[in-house]
Design a protein around this ligand. Structure first.
Ligand code: DQA
Length: 401
């Protein structure tokens, strides 16, 4: 796969240009890294930078015959160049837009991108990692067929369904990505994990939800998680999904969403739900919002998500935490690395004990020497362990059913 990586005006100054906003990597550093990130997924990245609109358009036209996908940071052109927008639309190859900074949290004129609507997705606010994620995203989209399905009318209410190559009916893993419920992360971070699980025989439904910065906050975010789960009922028959074998899997902040299913949270809402997971899974999950607040995980993320501090909303912190909701009521699998510096393993250790004490069936694995991200990166021992545990869980559910 050939990926054309295009950078627009002023990005040649990276490294010295407002490093507090754009970081200290030079353009050459980023371009070299892009080649390595592409090689890691058996792709080839060709890099290009220009300060001129027409040259960028020419390069996009050339990509039509020379590349299979485009990753582009159009710089300030993103905000007003309809000519670049039209070029992206015209070449009809998958294009992902990247911004180093969080454009949604900056000046009003910078928050809107006119190219976004013709791109597969827009990744912003992840610094240089955004280029890596964009490259891996286009590679993943090319590697395994997917159906992108909206489960609501908001732009964030969307997911990717991937089906195994074998015959169904399939067990289903609904995947909730992490990123501290902020809109700078999306489901693309779980693309590779979703494909690896699909290769193992799972139908995967990898969903985005409203997050802080794009209409989220605990109430809409958790409502979206529920709606995404229920949406499975609308296409299960057509896609041969086995709704008795649905497992809700959440990574980091997504763990708070996935592990709340099955629990006593808002009883009437639970009863009205059409799809009930047979088990829930937390991968380095945030299972205790009070503890996460006390340790300032995600640098202010917990208050932003709950929109209140525990001084005023202690009950809510508990009510919305899997740790406060035990017994969860369905089998719970938790996997956490003991070298995690983003979400401390002590949180999972405590949760596993609380859930077991409350009568839950808890399968808890602490992986020695493993940090945060390895758990979602196929090819690492950590991910393969997570996937093996999921397969065991699926067999257990099938045997019980
Ligand atoms: C940028 C954001 C744009 O608003 C700005 O004009 C840039 C860089 C980014 O990568 O964050 O030049 O695209």
């Amino acid at each position: 796969m050939r990926i054309s990586v295009i950078n627009g005006p002023n990005l040649n100054l990276l490294g010295s240009r407002q490093p507090e906003i754009y970081g200290d990597w030079s353009l050459a550093d980023i371009e070299n890294a892009c080649r390595l990130w592409a090689a890691a997924v058996n792709a080839k990245a060709e890099t290009y930078q220009s300060n001129h609109e027409g040259d960028i358009i020419d390069r996009l036209h050339a990509a039509r015959s020379e590349a299979d996908a485009v990753v582009i940071n159009p710089g300030a052109f993103s905000h007003y160049s309809y000519a670049i927008r039209d070029a992206i639309e015209a070449i009809e190859i998958p294009t992902v837009e990247v911004h180093l900074s969080n454009i949604k949290a900056r000046e009003t004129w910078r928050q809107h991108s006119v190219v976004a609507e013709v791109c597969e997705s827009t990744i912003y606010g992840r610094g240089v990692d955004g280029y890596r994620d964009a490259i891996w995203h286009v590679a993943a989209r090319a590697r395994w067929p997917l159906h992108t399905i909206a489960y609501g009318s908001e732009p964030s209410q969307v997911g990717d369904l991937r089906l195994p190559a074998t015959d169904g009916p399939y067990p289903v893993a609904i995947l909730f990505h992490g990123g501290f419920w902020r809109d700078t992360d999306g489901r693309d971070v779980l693309d590779a994990a979703a494909i690896a699980l699909t290769e193992r025989g799972w139908a995967t439904w990898n969903v985005t939800y409203r997050r802080v910065g794009s209409g989220g906050g605990w109430a809409p975010t958790m409502a979206d998680a529920s709606a995404a789960l229920d949406a499975l009922a609308t296409f299960a028959a057509d896609r041969n999904l086995d709704l008795d074998r649905v497992v809700a899997v959440g990574y980091e902040a997504g763990g708070q969403l996935a592990m709340s299913f099955g629990s006593g949270l808002s009883e009437p809402a639970v009863r009205k739900r059409r799809v009930h997971p047979a088990a829930v899974v937390g991968i380095a999950p945030i299972s205790d919002l009070e503890a996460a607040f006390a340790e300032n995980l995600g640098d202010g993320a917990i208050e932003a998500y709950l929109q209140e501090t525990p001084d005023y909303a202690r009950d809510r912190y508990r009510e919305l935490s899997p740790a406060g909701l035990v017994p969860i009521g369905v089998p719970v699998l938790v996997v956490h690395g003991d070298a995690d510096t983003v979400v401390p393993v002590a949180m999972s250790r405590a949760f596993a004990g609380q859930a077991a004490d409350a009568g839950d069936e808890v399968i808890y694995h602490e992986l020695e020497g493993i940090g945060h991200e390895d758990l979602i990166r196929p090819g690492t021992m950590a991910f393969e362990r997570v996937a093996d545990e999921l397969d065991l869980l699926s067999r257990r559910i099938a045997a019980a059913g």
